[in-house]
Design a protein around this ligand. Structure first.
Ligand code: Z5A
Ligand code: MG
Length: 212
């Protein structure tokens, strides 16, 4: 009686203000885990490849106007349309490294003045991350980095509110890393957290839904 159950993959999310270094660290982490022979895939939200994602992309580029609640629900729908695929992958042993998730959804919309509980509601039932790595950086520091300022939310005053709202969402799955450290120092801290997470999930930690 030989049990060959596949151990599940981990759902690891990177969050942080604009230009905090999420995309850089996601791609470095994916390459590292691949080199270690750990099955892994990258995901990102918004996923601009779907039709919902196209609407979001147009909005972010300031090429369309949408009511604040409408765009909030589109961002959420963009995660819901990936939920079952994500679950299948995790159950098949593939870890997912996700660039932004529900925390971005809530932190950005709440910064426009929407009620935070209202913002959290449509995220309920999405897969809960096993680990959230938050790259902490002062909004002023992030604004000095390349590429800042092109899209809708890239304004200092707004980013300050986003930082405050992220703070309200912190829970036990969060690990905060100083986003002002060098790319390499952050990379090694991210690796350490991710490896520990992968090993705990492998040992049978259950897959749960939002919000924890
Ligand atoms: N949004 C929302 O409202 N609701 C939602 O549900 C979701 C998102 C999911 C688009 O996101 C917008 O959507 C975003 C939130 C909102 N709005 N804003 N503002 P996006 O993910 O597409 O945004 P992006 O254009 O990819 O930018 P980003 O993700 O904010 O940047 P990043 O990924 O955090 O940083 P990076 O690209 O890795 O690095 C930025 C630069 O800094 C680059 O030149 C790096 O080389 C440099 N860098 C990175 N790390 C370091 C360190 N450690 N030291 C020095 N320099 C560094
Ligand atoms: Mg990015």
């Amino acid at each position: 009686n030989c049990h060959l159950a596949i151990s599940r993959g981990s759902l690891i999310v990177l969050e942080g203000l604009d230009r905090s270094g999420k995309s850089s660290q996601c791609s470095r982490l994916v390459s590292y885990l691949q080199e270690k022979g750990i099955p892994v895939e990258a995901c990102r939200f918004p996923d601009r490849s779907t039709s919902v994602g196209q609407m979001i992309s147009t909005y972010l580029a300031n090429e369309s106007e949408l009511d604040d609640r409408t765009i909030h629900l589109l961002f959420s729908a963009n995660r819901w349309e990936k939920r079952s695929l994500m679950e299948t992958k995790l159950k098949n042993g593939i870890s997912l490294i996700v660039d932004r998730y529900s925390y971005s959804g809530v932190a950005f919309s709440a910064s426009k003045g929407l009620n935070i509980e209202w913002c959290k509601a449509p995220e309920e039932g999405l897969i809960a991350p096993d680990l959230v790595i938050y790259l902490e950086i002062a909004p002023e520091k992030a604004a000095e980095r390349d590429g800042y300022g092109c899209e809708r939310y890239e304004q200092l005053e707004f980013q300050r509110k986003v930082a405050q709202n992220y703070n309200l969402l912190r829970d036990s799955t969060w690990k905060v890393i100083d986003g002002c450290l060098s790319l390499e120092t952050i990379e090694s801290q991210v690796r350490e957290q991710a490896l520990e997470c992968v090993s705990v999930c492998k040992k049978g930690k259950p897959l749960l839904n939002m919000w924890l």
